[in-house]
Design a binder for this molecule. Structure first.
Ligand code: ATP
Ligand code: MG
Length: 558
């Protein structure tokens, strides 16, 4: 079975199958066309997995093309981050990275061709007048007084635009199509505008820049794209896409197909809003682990495979919908459950003293994964004083509480059975130290005389454990659809980051950043790529062990 057959199909793949069967195409070329005006987010991952995935499965090619026609908002930092993110997701583009700006000379030539055919004119109405003349959905537009200029005059004026002889907003080039079209994009759309702005790729060569609709279809055709996949909001623009290609001399006719955007609950997806979060320092940069940018997810501990799996599970359709955050989380949880080594960490430590144990360290062997023996074992130090989780001890409790209780036994994970004897408290009644005895005959086996020990708790040795900071993340917003709020920044969850100081077992000292571990009974974590070092460990919680979010009171709006 080929890769294309192995994957669940969708309407795009059905179109491709038909085009190949009909002989319309013999190979497939797609492109991913980001505008370098921000970092990529999880929505882009959907488009990346679709475009690169289709190319891979059909032994075709996918280009990476920066759609860089808006120099004022774009920069090289974004270009570099986008390349890094695409590669990190596991994809590689065909040949060199491309830029729409590579085609500025050719685009200029095609604009001249449209003018020569009487299909474009230089407009001198102001931007406001242009808007006013355009009409509305219920009323046709009006013709501009400049619409009937001669070809010669238009050629000369367009040349003047290019030579910098018009100020910004004083002239633009428009296609001459149909001011009464039911599709607003067909009412003499602007093709070129004047902008005296330095461009990150072309420098100061140009002071006129082509618009998206004119640029995109021609760039697709020049690259021999067969299937140009974009999101639904470009549905109407398809008329213009086809019109431009029909009216210029170019020998390739790519087809545009639209699919629905990914929307995720409790997040915002537009780069403008993400940019605002960064600019106003409501988050710590584009790669803040709470951001659903690719770089944020990566820093949080998401794996490329888990994001690809997510894109696979959500599928590709034409229906707009909103995906629950839990579906993204379950993808990374499934991946890490299978592939992440286990370790022990105590996030909210309380001291436990094993009174019948001699001083000195005993090294115990612990499996790195409960059901993948090939992942090996590691040595864990055990000693007279250990840290356990504060919530794992109670002076008294009913049978449902399967942890440590005074006078009762519990197993220390990978170690012995201990029995709580007594505890110390401070003046306020808070427990400060727990005293236990241990049964040295319970390593790797049940205690004798029929004692049943059901509970297991995790721990780390007090002397050998390393101090660590744990960053626990929650959703960045308090409402499912922050984008619909009057001011989405006001719906930020003030508790989206909680920091705890605790301890990890010493084997964690030099773990690579971003590599996922399961801290047993606690969750999946990775060392932070910016702030963690072997002397000051910082771990990000990627996701909890189970999906408990909806069960926490107050989390689901009633
Ligand atoms: P944003 O609105 O977030 O700024 P955009 O569409 O302006 O996104 P581009 O850089 O132009 O961002 O997007 C590159 C490609 O990614 C486009 O083909 C676009 O359709 C696709 N894309 C962007 N957001 C999503 C999304 N939420 N779901 C699916 N595809 C998306
Ligand atoms: Mg865009």
């Amino acid at each position: 079975m080929s890769d294309a057959e192995a994957r669940p199909t969708n309407f795009i793949r059905q179109i491709i199958d038909k085009d190949l069967a009909d002989g319309k195409h013999t190979s497939i070329v797609t492109r991913f066309p980001p505008e370098p005006n921000g970092y990529l987010h999880i929505g882009h991952a959907k488009s990346i997995c679709l475009n690169f995935g289709v190319a891979q499965d059909y032994q075709g090619e996918c280009n990476l093309r920066f759609d860089d026609t808006n120099p004022e908002k774009e920069n090289v930092e974004y270009v570099e981050s986008i390349k890094r993110d695409v590669q990190w997701l596991g994809f590689d583009w065909a040949g060199e990275v491309r830029y729409s700006s590579n085609y500025f000379d050719k685009l200029y030539g095609y604009a001249v061709e449209l003018i020569e055919k009487g299909l474009a004119y230089v407009e001198e109405l102001t931007p406001d007048e242009i808007r006013e003349y355009r009409g509305t959905l219920t009323e046709p537009g009006k013709h501009s007084p400049y619409r009937e200029r001669s070809v010669e005059e238009n050629l000369a004026l367009f040349e003047k635009m290019r030579a910098g002889e018009f100020e910004e907003g004083k002239a633009c080039l428009r296609a001459k199509i149909d001011m009464a079209s039911p599709f607003m994009v067909m009412r003499d759309p602007v093709l070129y505008r004047v902008r005296f702005i330095h461009h990150h790729q072309t420098g100061d060569k140009w002071c006129i820049y082509p618009m998206y609709d004119f640029t995109h279809c021609i760039s697709d055709a020049l690259e021999g794209i067969t299937h140009s996949l974009c999101t639904l909001e470009f549905q109407d623009n398809r008329r213009l896409y086809d019109w431009v290609l029909e009216n210029i001399t170019i020998d390739c006719t790519p087809r545009q197909y639209e699919f629905s955007r990914l929307n995720l609950e409790y997040t915002v997806m537009s780069k403008r809003k993400l940019n605002q979060l960064v600019e106003e320092q409501l988050v710590n940069g584009w790669d803040d682990p709470r951001m659903l940018t690719i770089s944020g997810l990566r820093r949080r501990g998401y794996t490329p495979a888990s994001i690809r799996e997510f894109c696979q599970r959500i599928g590709v359709t034409k229906q707009d919908n909103t995906i629950e955050m839990s579906s993204l989380e379950s993808c990374v949880r499934d991946d890490l459950n299978e592939n992440a080594p286990r370790a022990m960490a105590v996030l909210d430590p309380i001291k436990l003293v094993i009174e019948n144990k001699a001083d000195g360290v005993e090294w115990l062997e612990a499996p790195n994964h409960p059901n993948q023996p090939e992942m090996g074992t590691r040595q864990v130090p055990f000693s007279r004083e250990i840290w356990i989780e504060r919530e794992d001890f109670r002076e008294s409790a009913n049978k449902k509480y399967k942890r440590l209780v005074l006078d009762k036994e519990v197993r220390l994970r990978n170690a012995y059975v201990v029995k709580a004897e007594r505890c110390d408290k401070d003046e306020d009644g808070n427990i400060t130290t727990i005293y236990c005895s241990y049964d040295p005959d319970t390593l790797g086996k049940d205690p004798g005389d029929g004692r049943k020990v059901k509970g297991v708790i995790h721990w780390v040795s007090a002397d050998e454990a390393l101090p660590a900071e744990f960053r626990l993340y929650d959703r960045l917003f308090t409402v499912p659809n922050p984008a619909s709020a009057d001011n989405f920044a006001e719906t930020i969850n003030p508790e989206s980051l909680q920091v705890q100081q605790g301890f990890v077992e010493p084997s964690m000292q030099n773990v690579p950043a971003e590599k996922g571990y399961q801290f047993e009974r606690t969750g999946y974590f990775c060392a932070d790529s910016k702030d963690s070092c072997s002397d000051a460990l910082v771990f990000n919680r990627t996701v909890g062990l189970r999906d408990t979010w909806a069960k926490i009171e107050g989390n689901v709006p009633s």
